[in-house]
Design a protein around this ligand. Sequence first.
Ligand code: NAD
Length: 403
Amino acid sequence: MIIQPKIRGFICTTAHPAGCFKAVEEQVNYVKRHGKFTGPRNVLVIGASTGYGLASRIVSTFGASAKTIGVFFEKEADEKRTASPGWYNSAAFEQLATRDGYYAKSLNGDAYSQEMKEKAAALIRRDFGQVDLIIYSLASPRRIHPLTKETYSSVLKPIGAPFAGKTIDAFRGEVKEVTIEPATDEEIKHTVAVMGGDDWMMWLDYLASENLLAKGIKTVAYSYLGPMLTHAIYKNGTIGKAKEDLKLAADKLNQKLKTLQGEAVVSVDKAVVTQASAAIPVVPLYISLLFKIMKAKGTHEGCIEQIDRLFRTYLYADKSLPRDAEGFIRIDDREMQEDVQQQIAAIWPQVTSENVMSLTDLAGYRDDFYKLFGFNMAGVDYDSELDPVVNIPSLAPEKEDMP
Ligand code: NAD
């Protein structure tokens, strides 16, 4: 099969295995260049195949030599369709990790289910004994509640009043006005059920009940706050409500983890191009402008730079950097610098379809987007035939060794 990108709205329906391999390898090499640090030993990453979760798995392995179990929900290839990028990324990750002698096992399925929690617990019990770091990095449009079986769907809507503002069709380069009606109470409840802290707590409660959490356990969930410009749609919208719930979960978990001298923390990360952020109105235009300014300043970061900094300077530093007044880790600090935000606020009203390429880094946004799916990677021959079917070594049936 010759694999080319097929863009549909804000997603790409194809992915390139060799390109995904290259993209993962680049992240691995970034961490290797920074050398080793003393960090976690046995790590569970929930949402480990793309974006911030994949970066967390890579930093744990290649920075701290940790063993990792990665949980994700990805699609395998068949004769007609390529696999999802997270599938190819995980295959690449396992290959690179085992080549360097590191333990890496993956579980593909619904992290919200009790079944997946039990599978992860069995693997932790058998191969780790206990886990000392749990990264929670899910981004999902829906969740089936494991007890009630109710299906919740998340929405990206403002709360209380309609939102009217600028957005972009990133691939057509069209800057346009969008109006989004406010969410109903039901939609708010659903979004909190999907993207809030309930499932994070369920994971921790279950693993604690099975005595699988090590003394000094750390658990980190990722969040975003962003500037005023995006508040109506993000921080003060349905997703923001879910993120507030994530913080409440961290507070509750901190109480529960006291006996283990453990810690639950929410890290507020920078806006980056991922499948999750591409789906949010306004955000791709904001990211394009942000990239332009941060690249010019020399402070631009992607997932791997952010997570490498998170682990080395906050989570596992001898003297870790302080939390903000609400207890958040702020690795979005460079994004939120006053001069950066002032420049964005000044340019924002001027951006139109005609000048978007020069006023923003839409080209960089698009490039990052293609790279998420393994396209636009230097040194990959996109014209040659290749087999889209790639095994994730630890999931391959003949090597199935689940406890
Ligand atoms: P992403 O789309 O790249 O990754 C999502 C991960 O969740 C994938 O590994 C996917 O397989 C997994 N997943 C989704 N549904 C699942 C399910 N039911 N069961 C198992 N796995 C499932 O997303 P991302 O942007 O890296 O987001 C991760 C976290 O980081 C989110 O909490 C997000 O809010 C936060 N964050 C993102 C940004 C950003 O700009 N992208 C900024 C700050 C914080």
